[in-house]
Write a protein that binds this ligand. Structure first.
Ligand code: ZN
Length: 160
């Protein structure tokens, strides 16, 4: 599991980058919608909090399958009024599952089918000092990339 910074900033970076090449993305991209994508990029890990209070292990079950963002997509089709915002939420959720799938551990991406998949490209799992340090460095790297990509916005000189 990558940590929150990666889960929030990767969907935002992908959408910002895509808006450079796809006019359709650029036409619907707002800061509010980027924040929605970022929020839902981290939201699936809320199941860990629910697990803690419920006393059961719900983490990395339904919320970490591709059915969850698919349901969000269906919601976008049904609720025309908020369609674009919901699509950004679904994209954030899709990116969360994909990042977890690629970076560490395994996921039941076709939940309730219990077969787990995982590429573990960065670490085996999120336990142990070396693995956690690697995930923290990954967070720091993504944050640095996001700051550099947005430096004109962040370090813009204010007119007096
Ligand atoms: Zn996760």
């Amino acid at each position: 599991m990558p940590f929150a910074v990666v889960h929030i900033l990767i969907p935002i970076l992908v959408l910002q980058f895509a808006s450079r090449f796809f006019a359709k993305v650029k036409s619907v991209l707002t800061w509010k919608r980027l924040l929605i994508a970022g929020f839902f990029g981290a939201f699936p890990d809320a199941d860990a909090i629910i697990s803690f209070f419920a006393g059961s292990n719900l983490h990395r079950t339904f919320t970490h399958s591709y059915f969850a963002p698919l349901l969000v997509l269906v919601l976008a089709v049904v609720l025309k009024k908020w369609r674009i915002g919901i699509l950004f939420a679904g994209f954030g959720w899709f990116m969360h599952v994909t990042l977890d799938l690629l970076v560490s551990g395994t996921l039941p991406i076709f939940y309730p089918i219990e077969t787990h998949f995982g590429f573990r490209l960065l670490v085996e799992n999120a336990s142990g000092f070396a693995n956690i340090l690697t995930l923290i460095l990954f967070d720091a790297t993504v944050l640095a990339v996001w700051v550099l990509y947005n430096k004109k916005l962040i370090f813009r000189k204010r007119k007096k």
